[in-house]
Each structure stands twice: as structure tokens, then as C-alpha cells.
Design a protein around this ligand. Structure first.
Ligand SMILES: NC(=O)c1ccc[n+]([C@@H]2O[C@H](COP(=O)([O-])OP(=O)(O)OC[C@H]3O[C@@H](n4cnc5c(N)ncnc54)[C@H](O)[C@@H]3O)[C@@H](O)[C@H]2O)c1
Ligand SMILES: [Fe+2]
Length: 386
């Protein structure tokens, strides 16, 4: 089997390592840099701290921080305007997946004149983006290590997949994640676990993605309940941040599958946050898919470190579904009903949700390729799933 491996050129890990961004810019002789972030990090002083570190190295930073979750093309264009007007040469993004995706879009806009909408799809960008240092604050999307930028445009969530979007440097500093409230911690953490599991069971799985996926599954599944209950636990925060980064590397080199395909309409139609939909779908889709790849799912159960020795593949498969369901209970992950979606509204849109999920394309990478009836049945069960 032939496969490729794509990761950022440099990944820096460790507490406080975020300020290394200034040194990376200095090394590349960048003098004017766009710092993309959001209001939360401006208000909590993290933007000021980064600006100070840059100024000390003779670099002039310019800020764009008007970024809401799930950003749209107008936001990315506004950030690019600041980049151009200020004569910037490089980008630093400091924030969750939303901020980093804007950073990626700006980096690519700076080197490509075509309308950004043309990049919605696979491998459509002619030129690599400008030098980009991405610093995640959630654990998380793993966006700092992927070749994807997700940007909304008039009701469509564009998924732009191209090597051109890969940041040059990723800085994985778990200290930044310590301010995440428990609910955000749980939802983005389960999104990261879904990345690792889907990368491992995907039809596009390969040895490099497998290695990162299994490490991520081990780190995340053993620390997610602890970070939810003990937000100040540094060891658990560190493991979650590493796990999220490894899971990002895994999906970028393999793919997501049915969970991500089916979560997509939950976000666009009912406003379920990226992560909430993935978490609630994780045990149910696993239960439906497990018979098509029992050995791989058994390996996931073993990586979660909660399997007593000597269990058969069947036992490991049962244990995995049980354990995923248990994690959702311990993390208070809401079903669509608990999220506040009305039953008639949800059930009435199942046909359209099935079409949405199929339109993503990634559903075909699932170990079991579902029929439309099966997808509809999973949505029906999901509404009030515990
Ligand atoms: N490009 C990719 O590879 C990829 C992969 C998965 C998801 N995504 C995208 O990423 C976005 C979701 O990103 P996300 O889940 O990281 O959340 P987010 O970036 O949307 O942030 C959600 C909220 O959390 C806040 N926040 C972020 N970090 C915090 C911290 N440390 N402490 C306190 N509050 C904090 C933000 O200010 C924001 O209000 C979606 O748009 C999704 O489509 C991209
Ligand atoms: Fe995700």
C-alpha cells in the first residue's frame, strides 16, 4: 500500500511554549505579522503577552480578533484586509479551531488570487500559504496539524482540504487550555476522541495515521473524565492537548468517517456545537459499524487500557461500545432532546439529514457503508440517546 505523511514542519510541545512563536518569526526574518485571535484571549491578556514577545524581537504585530465560533468567509476576508493594509508577511493564530481556520484561510489568501470559494473541496489550491504558526487553545480539533480549513459561506460549511493549508509550525502549549470551562472541555475532547477513532477505522487508514490514532485514543480516554472534573489538573490537561494534536495528525493523514458526516447536519440544522454532535453519535455509530471491522475496534478497546487481559474480540467490541456510552454519561453529553431540539422538528428533518450526511463524502470511508435506511434509523435512535 502506498501512502503519504503530512505534518507541520515543526511541532513544539510544552507548558509556556506559546511564546516560541516570536522566535520562529525572528528566525524566518518576518518583521510584520498578523496575530489572529478572539476576544476571550484579548480580554485575558494572552494577546498582549504575545505582542510583547514579538516586539522584544523587533517584530511589529497587527491584531485581528473579531472572530466568532464557526467563522464565515466575511470574517476571513476582513482579517485578510488587515493583513494587506498592514503589509504583513506572516500569520500567527492563537485560539480554538475557529481562530486557526481563519489563520489558515488568510495565509492561503495571501498567496492565491482566486476567489476563496474555489478552494472548497480537495486539492484545489495552487500555492502554499505564507508562513503560519498555529497555537491551539482547545483540546480539541487538532486543526494546528491538519490540511483542512473549514469556513462557512451562506449556509454551506466549506471544507477546503489541501497541503497549502498546513501550518508551518504548531505550538502545543497545554497551559492555554486550562481556562476551558467543563462543558467545552468535554465536547471538544470527545471530538478529538472521535477524530482518533475514525482515523483508525477509516478505509483510508495507514500505518502513520494508525500510530498517532492509537496514542491519541490512549491519552484522551484516560484523561477526559479527569479534566472534566478537575479543570486544574495539569497532567490531564497536558495529555488531552497531546492527544488532540496526535488525533489531528491522524485524521489529516487518514480521514473522518460516518460520525463526522452525520454530525454535520446536527450543527447546521439545530446549532449543536462542533463536538456535541460527535460525542453523542460516537457510541451509536460504533455499535452499528463494529461488526464490519471487529479486529480494529478490539485494538481501540485495548488502547483505552480498560480491557482485562484474555478477552475475546467479541467481548472487546461489546466493552468498547459500553465504555464510549459510559464516557458520555460521565461527561453529561446532551442528546438532541436535551440540547433543546423539538422532537417533531428533528424527526421531520431526518430525510434531509440523511442527504446532508451522504453529501459530505466521508461517510463512504466508514468500515460499514450504511444504507439510507440505516442512517435514518441511527438518527431516530439518536434523538433521545443516553
Ligand atoms: N480545520 C480542521 O482541521 C478542523 C477540524 C475540526 C474542527 N474544525 C473547526 O473548528 C471549529 C471548532 O473549534 P473548537 O472546537 O476548537 O472551538 P472554537 O474555536 O469555535 O471556540 C469555541 C469557544 O471557546 C472559546 N475558547 C477557546 N479556547 C478557550 C480556552 N482555552 N479557554 C476558554 N475559552 C476558550 C472561544 O473563545 C469560543 O468562544 C469549527 O468551526 C470546526 O468546523 C476544524
Ligand atoms: Fe471534529
Amino acid at each position: 500500500m502506498n501512502f503519504e505523511c503530512h505534518i507541520p514542519t515543526t511541532i513544539i510541545y510544552g507548558k509556556g511554549s506559546r511564546l516560541e512563536a516570536a522566535r520562529q518569526m525572528e528566525k524566518m526574518r518576518k518583521k510584520r505579522v498578523l496575530l489572529v485571535s478572539d476576544r476571550f484571549f484579548e480580554d485575558t491578556g494572552k494577546v498582549d503577552e504575545m505582542m510583547k514577545a514579538m516586539k522584544e524581537k523587533g517584530i511589529t504585530p497587527f491584531i485581528y480578533s473579531d472572530i466568532a465560533p464557526e467563522p464565515d468567509l466575511k470574517t476571513a476576508q476582513a482579517a485578510f484586509e488587515v493583513y494587506c493594509k498592514s503589509g504583513c508577511e506572516a500569520v500567527v493564530s492563537l485560539g480554538g479551531g475557529s481562530v486557526i481556520d481563519v489563520g489558515k484561510a488568510v495565509a492561503v489568501m495571501a498567496t492565491n488570487e482566486e476567489d476563496f470559494r474555489k478552494f472548497n473541496g480537495y486539492f484545489l489550491v495552487p500555492n502554499r500559504g505564507v508562513f503560519h504558526v498555529a497555537i491551539p487553545t482547545t483540546a480539541g480539533t487538532g486543526t494546528e496539524a491538519t490540511r483542512v480549513a473549514t469556513i462557512r459561506d451562506e449556509g454551506v460549511k466549506m471544507t477546503c482540504f489541501d497541503d497549502a493549508f498546513m501550518p508551518d509550525v504548531a505550538i502545543v502549549d497545554y497551559e492555554l487550555s486550562m481556562t476551558m470551562p467543563p462543558r467545552l472541555t468535554a465536547m471538544v475532547g470527545m471530538d478529538a476522541l472521535a477524530h482518533a477513532i475514525e482515523a483508525f477505522i477509516s478505509a483510508k487508514a495507514n500505518p502513520v495515521a494508525d500510530m498517532y490514532a492509537l496514542l491519541a485514543i490512549e491519552l484522551i480516554s484516560n484523561s477526559i473524565v479527569t479534566v472534566y472534573n478537575e479543570p486544574d489538573n495539569e497532567n490531564a490537561r497536558k495529555d488531552m492537548m497531546m492527544g488532540s494534536n496526535y488525533a489531528g495528525i491522524a485524521i489529516s493523514n487518514s480521514s473522518v468517517c460516518a460520525i463526522h458526516a452525520m454530525a454535520y447536519p446536527l450543527g447546521v440544522r439545530f446549532g449543536m456545537k462542533h463536538g456535541a454532535g460527535h460525542a453523542i453519535l460516537l457510541p451509536l455509530v460504533t455499535e452499528y459499524s463494529i461488526g464490519s471491522s471487529p479486529a480494529r475496534y478490539a485494538a481501540i478497546a485495548r488502547a483505552m487500557n480498560h480491557a482485562p487481559p484474555g478477552l475475546s474480540e467479541d467481548d472487546l467490541n461489546l466493552l468498547l461500545v459500553e465504555r464510549l456510552r459510559e464516557l458520555n454519561v460521565k461527561l453529561d453529553i446532551p442528546s438532541p432532546r436535551e440540547w433543546g431540539v423539538k422532537k417533531e422538528n428533528f424527526m421531520g428533518q431526518i430525510g434531509d439529514m440523511v442527504d446532508d450526511a451522504i453529501s459530505t463524502g466521508t461517510i463512504d470511508d466508514n468500515p460499514r457503508v450504511f444504507t439510507t435506511d440505516e442512517i435514518a434509523r441511527i438518527y431516530e435512535l439518536l434523538y433521545d440517546y443516553q
